[in-house]
Design a protein around this ligand. Structure first.
Ligand code: UD1
Length: 425
């Protein structure tokens, strides 16, 4: 296993180029299965979750090939409709193959994902959605099996206890795109990644409308065709670099992004005291002398994203005054808190969903451990601002979602290196 060693205290200055969105790439790779043809995907990030998804579709019989940054997937010779536990347990998003397999082959068997570091994360909304489309869904021996003679359009309400579900909206939308008749998905997730999957399906010949709203209409098609498609930029990677500029008192130009996808974060940063300028595809951020504590309520898009909650916690740890964060999506999304405390942060957990962060003057480097992708980003950000050296272990979490993060950070002045972790088991 590897770890990062970060020497903090250097303002980050320069230009960063953003990669394609991991959370759009994963379902779009799965949605390629709907076509039965060749699909060419541009700007797919080379992160380990993408390689896991390619392994999953590989076990089904798909061939994939990289040429520089272009990924070609041939979905014409599938020989299996079963995705094994060994891969699903590595990455929950593997579950995205269920909708496309069910739609195209009328049957699918995918291991039931268990809980993860963020909490229990059920898949009931996905299963209810498939059921409403006319599939028989059962759980047996740790697998979800779905079969149908034909999927039929229906009215489906997808809201769960914690609001709309990105995964269920995408999975049901993919299945509905090859059903007969029209499906209306109410309480649909509005995240840009949902919209990107819908745009992909439409480019393949699908008929989806209502993207970006909470009501999606999916008119089923007999067949979808293979196409070339360009993935949207990663708004969470963008947000991570925006926060990197603020936390190091730096000055960054962030290119090949879509600032409109980060409106909630940019509004928070303006209140915080950063100077932000945007145009269509880039943004510039620099810190002011006066900075203020802020209160954040994490909620589904277009509100503040849960995936940027750990990174902004790192920033608020160094912001004078008391900041509060209320997380409303995952029951266990403060795993980074004990690790930030090891660096000197003063964070009090009021309950499972609420923290008060009392800003301290200085963080100091220490050994810390990443627990998930975004917690690892929070630790890197804190380490970039801390005095001295921070050793961050279990960075395989970082590699799941950030493409070459240490190279991108080094280019803008950070002192970060990847080394073998001699203490890893
Ligand atoms: C996706 C993102 C993840 C992000 C999350 C919320 C991917 C690969 N991952 O995860 O980075 O943090 O959206 O923006 O895109 N829920 C149910 N029943 C279900 C499904 C979900 O109760 O059937 C709950 C979840 O436990 C959670 C909430 O709904 O509390 C939102 O989860 P969801 O939007 O589905 O997250 P993912 O799609 O798994």
């Amino acid at each position: 296993m590897e770890k990062f060693i970060v020497s903090g205290g250097i303002p980050l200055i320069g230009t960063v180029h953003i990669s394609g969105a991991k959370n759009a790439a994963l379902p779009i790779i799965a949605a390629s299965l709907l076509t039965g043809e060749k699909v060419v995907l541009k700007r797919i990030p080379k992160v380990s979750d993408v390689f896991t998804m390619l392994e999953v579709i590989g076990t089904l019989g798909c061939k994939s090939k990289w040429q520089n940054r272009v990924l070609t997937i041939d979905t014409s010779n599938l020989f299996s409709t079963e995705a094994p536990y060994e891969l699903i347990k590595k990455m929950r998003a593997s579950y995205y193959v269920l909708g496309p397999l069910l739609a195209r082959f009328k049957q699918a068997k995918v291991a039931l994902p268990g809980g993860c570091a963020l909490g229990s994360r059920p898949v009931d909304l996905h299963m209810n959605g498939f059921n409403k489309l006319g599939a028989k869904v059962k759980i047996e021996h740790g697998y979800v099996s779905c079969e149908t003679k034909e999927l039929h359009g229906n009215r489906i309400i997808l809201k769960g206890l914690h609001g709309p579900s990105v995964g269920a909206t995408i999975n049901v939308m993919m299945a509905a795109s090859l059903a007969t008749g029209v499906t209306t998905i109410e309480e649909a997730a509005r995240e840009p990644e949902v919209e990107d999957v819908a745009n992909f399906i439409n480019a393949c010949g699908g008929k989806i409308t209502g993207m970006g709203t909470s009501i999606l209409s999916v008119e089923g098609c007999k067949k979808l065709k293979g196409i070339e498609y360009n993935i949207i930029p990663d708004r969470i990677e963008t947000g991570t670099f925006v926060i990197a500029a603020a936390i190091t008192n730096g000055r960054l130009t962030i290119k090949e992004t879509k600032p409109e996808h980060n409106r909630a974060l940019l509004a928070v940063l303006k209140n915080y005291g950063a100077q932000v300028e945007t145009d269509k595809t880039s943004l510039r951020i620099s810190s002011q002398k006066e900075i203020n504590s802020v209160s954040i309520k994490v909620a589904p898009y277009p509100d503040f994203p849960t995936d940027l909650q750990p990174p902004i916690s790192a920033l608020l740890s160094l912001t004078p005054g008391n900041s509060t964060i209320v997380e409303s999506i995952f029951e266990n999304r403060f795993m980074h808190v004990p690790e930030l405390r090891r660096l000197g942060a003063n964070i009090e957990m009021l309950d499972r969903y609420t923290v008060i962060i009392r800003g301290v003057k200085q963080l100091s480097g220490a050994p810390v451990m990443a627990s998930d992708i975004r917690a690892s980003a929070a630790l890197i950000l804190a380490a970039l601002a801390a005095k001295g050296e921070t050793h961050i272990s279990r960075i395989y979490h970082t590699d799941r979602g950030y493409e070459h993060i240490e190279k991108k950070l080094s280019k803008i002045g950070a002192k970060i290196k990847r080394v073998l972790d001699p203490n890893a088991p």
